[in-house]
Write a protein that binds this ligand. Sequence first.
Ligand code: GAR
Length: 207
Amino acid sequence: MPGPARLVVLVSGSGTNLQALIEAVADPVYGAEILAVGADRDGIAGLERAERAGLPVFVHRVKDHGDRADWDRALTASVAGYEPDLVVTAGFMKILGPGFIEAFAGRIVNTHPALLPSFPGAHGVTDALAYGVRVTGCTVHLVDAGVDTGPIIAQGVVEVHDADHADGGEALQERIKTVERKLLVDVVGRLAREGHRIEDRKVWIPA
Ligand code: GAR
């Protein structure tokens, strides 16, 4: 029997997706363990959640490195040190460099708050709202060299209400995040327990 899948999670913010993963891995049946949590900034709730769970944390701020390539090398080395099976970017608001993506190719799982390929980038919720879509949602996908362009694993749909235009998308974001946390936990668990293969942009997880 192989042991639980080894996860490293990267965060930049409140870390509610990380929290959902922390709670999921507490059950041995889930099939995964979190080795460490990394961030691109200090003082965020995501790191506090990790510390509260007794997980090792590391921080690499772009501004502490000579250039972006140096930052990417440092981040890659920190993550590689934990020998992860999967890297989960859960609200990590930096674009990963080519070295990082090559080191963990096909094993980086990202969650995005819109139905890709629509509304990629840092403002998925508000871009979708401003466009006037009637449904939006979240996408869990593998990371490739583009911005939110990698093979899609799963998506969740959330309806847009008229009232969502009144509060700048705050309530919509919370509804998306409720669906997203469940979806991410489900997908990561299936990847951890069953593995996956990628064929012509399709991600297959054995049933
Ligand atoms: C999530 O909704 C995630 O999809 C989004 O940040 C939020 C993080 O929430 N990520 C992006 O927008 C990446 N482009 P959390 O810190 O509470 O998990």
